[in-house]
Design a protein around this ligand. Structure first.
Ligand SMILES: Nc1ncnc2c1ncn2[C@@H]1O[C@H](COP(=O)(O)OP(=O)(O)OP(=O)(O)O)[C@@H](O)[C@H]1O
Length: 698
């Protein structure tokens, strides 16, 4: 959450007056209005009420502590440079001393030099005059010269004295000018507050000297030019402009206009600012320069996110202080939900800002993509488990990888394939296309409406959601014959295209999102996309759409340590949003599905138990030996456990029992149209016997 500063939301007195006179008809008592402090210039930040609550104060205190620690670190770094405060004070003292001393010293030196010269001239003239054996005229001339030199020497001496006096006087005046405020402040501080006042006055004096010495000898002032968020500096207007310039998003002379102040979010996890790009620069240019911006801010590329605003030139920039989504996953809402209504948006993930991302599923289809381990099964679990908790949703599930991800859904799924068997998937698609969809279409026709709706669902219980989830389509295609491939492709296309209006939700998941993974024609109509970590920007684009990676939405940038993180693009938001999906552990999945089972049992919508055939029993009896084959005795022992007719009578001999149940098994297989002959197999202790092999059954 960020502290909004929206001056425009401050009360407008003119408007209030108009509204008040409109509401107050003549004769009526005037409407009593709440008075709020009016911000006439609209320039005071609006302080949300929550900041004055206990939690608000606590948050502020925490933020204050974080900021103080950060400022202290920055101050320490500064002290090692020539902009350190000790250096500044030293420079200030030197400069003040030089100012008090002034430039009169040069004039005094010049005057002294004049005196020395005049005295040298006088000595020379006197020496010339004092010589003997000189005609009288010459003697007179030399006397005059000597007297002239003497007068010059006296005059130079007087000028020198005057320069000295003048210099002393000026220095005294400047000294008094410099010392009076210091003495005044010190005196007043000591007089008024005693020792603390004296300390405060000394601090003020030092601050004044620091101010005088703030420029270095080279004339430089201290600036935040190199300040980086990664170094613990705060985001400033100047920093944002510098970084956008160095990232070449804007020109050297351009300026980005800040639409909001640079604010640390309420939870202290990120800096945020809304900005307006200069004319002629599209938002996509800024969105595509995330790596360069991250460099400028001194953070990793995962820490910078930009979202396009309502206008092409508006951007919200967010720089987190740590790599997001590396902490513990958020607790999923299904753990405590009693049931789910799929007609309402289903919470799926949490965005970087901590917003819950909820997805509407009616008329939606989805594609979950990402390299193995990126968390797509965990992400896809969100709609699947939500659907499980809505008793009006029927689940048709197929796992091309033949893994265990879907096994816990088995008791509540209408049809499921967990073996990656294309024939089984074909049976599921045929059932949905031939049985389910026609019934749903008929329901719509009966009500003479165009499509399903929540209101219709309240009237008619035939209005149900149908969830068709296919994990790893490519694996099915690889295992299918060319005819099966064609048929699978045809049915999936038809169901996806026609099912939307009848609440048929097709969800595909794939490790390698290309045209083999999901046929291109189908991929294009899958409206909701979730892109987990990908190997290449191209793979990311295959899920999110062409050009997304270069516009800044590149799932290749997601780190391995960011578990379950992916770009979520829904019909509701035009831009993909980086999110971390809710994660349910295996135990949690089972607990949710147990509740879903009970809900469905109470609602009477559990799928009918599939009939177990004699072939299923035979298969299981062989599988239970773990050898891929079973002796007749082992098969009969298993069958005796599931069917009373195979139990041995008390007085039945080995031979008679074998003959009786052997015939019983043969008759049952014949009735099912299955012919399997007993073959030679090995017993547990390696001897030979007659029995059945699993591969023969398959
Ligand atoms: N949202 C999440 N929060 C925390 N950890 C997660 C999250 N999502 C997935 N993980 C972790 O990542 C692991 C792999 O997840 P998941 O099985 O969903 O990946 P996947 O992409 O489906 O892999 P595969 O393609 O091999 O099936 C999980 O076992 C879990 O430990």
């Amino acid at each position: 959450m960020s502290i909004e500063t929206t001056p425009s939301s401050a009360p407008d007195p003119e408007w209030e007056r108009v509204v008040a006179s409109y509401l107050n008809t003549p004769g009526e008592a005037p409407v009593e209005k709440q008075t709020t402090s009016v911000d006439l210039m609209g320039d005071t930040p609006l302080t949300p009420a929550w900041t004055k609550t206990r939690a608000g104060w606590k948050n502020r205190a925490e933020l204050g502590a974080v900021n103080t620690a950060r400022s202290f670190r920055k101050w320490l770094r500064r002290q090692a440079t020539e902009h350190g405060h000790a250096s500044q004070i030293g420079r200030g003292l030197r400069r003040t001393f030089l100012w008090v001393q002034g430039t009169e010293g040069a004039q005094v030196t010049a005057a002294r030099h004049e005196v020395q010269q005049a005295q040298r001239d006088y000595k020379a003239a006197k020496w010339a005059h004092d010589r003997r054996l000189m005609p009288g005229k010459e003697k007179d001339k030399r006397r005059r010269e000597m007297e002239g030199a003497f007068a010059d020497s006296v005059s130079a001496m007087s000028k020198y004295r005057s320069a000295q006096r003048d210099a002393r006087m000026r220095r005294a005046v400047r000294g008094v000018a410099a010392l009076t405020p210091i003495a005044g402040v010190e005196g007043a501080g000591l007089h008024l507050l005693g020792a603390p006042g004296g300390f405060a006055a000394t601090a003020a004096t030092l601050a004044a000297f620091a101010l005088v010495g703030r420029r270095t000898t080279a004339g430089e002032l201290y600036t935040d030019r190199d300040a980086k968020i990664g170094d613990g500096d705060r985001m400033t207007d100047e920093m944002v402009n510098r970084v956008y310039r160095s990232a070449k998003v804007i020109g050297a002379e351009d300026v980005v206009k800040l639409l909001s102040p640079c604010t640390l979010t309420a939870d202290g996890s990120a800096w945020e600012v809304r900005l307006e790009l200069p004319d002629g620069i599209p938002a996509s240019k800024a969105l595509g320069a995330t790596a360069q911006l991250a460099n400028g801010f001194g953070v990793s590329v995962q820490q910078v996110s930009q979202t396009k605003g309502a206008r092409e030139d508006w951007i919200t920039l967010r720089v987190t202080l740590k790599v997001p989504f590396t902490g513990r996953p958020k607790r999923g809402p299904l753990l405590t939900a009693e049931k789910v209504n799929l007609w309402e948006p289903v919470p799926m993930a949490v965005s970087e800002r901590g917003d819950v991302m909820a997805v509407e599923w009616f008329e939606k289809t989805a594609l979950f993509g990402g390299e193995p381990g990126s968390g797509k099964s965990a992400a896809a679990n969100n709609p699947l488990l939500s659907a499980a908790m809505d008793v009006t949703a029927d689940l048709y599930l197929a796992d091309g990888k033949g893994g265990f991800d879907l096994s816990p859904f088995e008791p509540i799924a209408q049809m499921i394939d967990t073996d990656g068997d294309p024939e089984r998937l074909l049976a599921i698609l045929r059932h949905v296309w031939d049985v389910v969809l026609p019934e749903l279409k008929q329901t719509v026709k009966d009500h003479r409406v165009r499509k399903f709706s929540e209101a219709l669902a309240a009237q008619d219980e035939r209005v149900r959601f149908t969830i068709l989830f296919i994990d790893e389509w490519a694996s099915y295609m690889a295992a299918a014959s060319p005819e099966q491939q064609k048929e699978l492709d045809r049915l999936l296309r038809l169901i996806t295209q026609q099912g939307r209006a009848y609440a048929v939700i097709v969800i595909c998941a794939t490790q390698k999102p290309d045209s083999n993974a999901v046929p291109t024609g189908i991929r294009d109509i899958l409206s909701t996309r979730w892109a987990g970590r990908c190997m290449t920007p191209e793979a990311s684009d295959t899920i999110l759409g062409k050009g997304r990676a270069s516009a800044g939405y590149n799932a290749q940038r997601i780190l391995k340590s960011q578990r379950g993180v992916g770009y979520l693009q829904t019909g509701e938001t035009s831009e993909p949003v980086l999110t971390q999906s809710y994660f349910y552990t295996d135990e949690e999945v089972e607990a949710i599905l147990r509740r879903a089972y009970e809900l469905r049992q109470r609602a009477g919508v559990l799928p009918a138990e599939p009939e177990v055939t004699i072939l299923d029993h035979l298969r299981k009896s062989i599988a239970s030996t773990g050898r891929g084959e079973a002796t007749r005795a082992e098969v009969f022992a298993y069958l005796a456990g599931v069917d009373g007719r195979y139990k041995r009578g008390d007085d039945e001999s080995d031979g008679r029992y074998g003959a009786r149940v052997g015939k019983l098994l043969k008759d049952s297989l014949d009735a099912a149209g299955i012919t399997i002959d007993a073959v030679k197999v090995s017993t547990v202790d390696g001897r030979e016997s007659r029995g059945f092999r699993l591969e023969d059954l398959q």
